[in-house]
Design a protein around this ligand. Structure first.
Ligand code: HEC
Length: 112
């Protein structure tokens, strides 16, 4: 009985931890987080298929050419490179935490 209660608690704690730290893909697709999918397409299988074309299609080769440091800077504040961009400044406006930005960068870096 006690063991079952403990197991249930652990499961709840694990679920809560997951809810607090969404994966890169979750951040990429969630309207409450990055919602990157609203503007960008990703290669088949890497995320939901959309027709979004406000931003460029994101491909792994190009992401790895840009490199993680530039991707991090771009997500923190895309207006630094292009003041007229419609891409939100996820870091500067604290839409995403630095840890969340890192997870999205890892997701981008691993795109096919
Ligand atoms: C409102 C639309 C919009 C949203 C939301 C958006 N972006 Fe963008 N993104 C753009 C546009 C437009 C560009 C083109 C560059 C520019 O405008 O300066 C861009 C450029 C980029 C680039 C550079 C692509 C390249 O090939 O140089 C990356 C990487 C990127 N976005 C990732 C993301 C990620 C990750 C998110 C979510 C955390 C996101 N974007 C959310 C519109 C958006």
């Amino acid at each position: 009985m006690r063991v079952a209660a403990l197991a249930a608690l652990l499961l709840l704690a694990a679920a809560a931890a997951r809810a607090q730290s969404p994966s890169g893909l979750e951040i990429f697709t969630s309207p409450a987080k990055g919602y990157c999918i609203a503007c960008h397409q990703v290669p088949e299988g890497a995320g939901p298929a959309t027709r979004s074309d406000l931003g460029p299609r994101l491909e792994g080769k190009r992401m790895r050419e840009l490199g993680k440091a530039r991707l991090r800077a771009l997500l923190a504040d895309p207006m630094a490179a292009n003041p007229d961009t419609v891409m939100p400044p996820f870091g500067r406006h604290r839409i995403l935490s630095p840890a969340e930005i890192d997870r999205v960068v890892d997701y981008l870096d691993a795109l096919p």
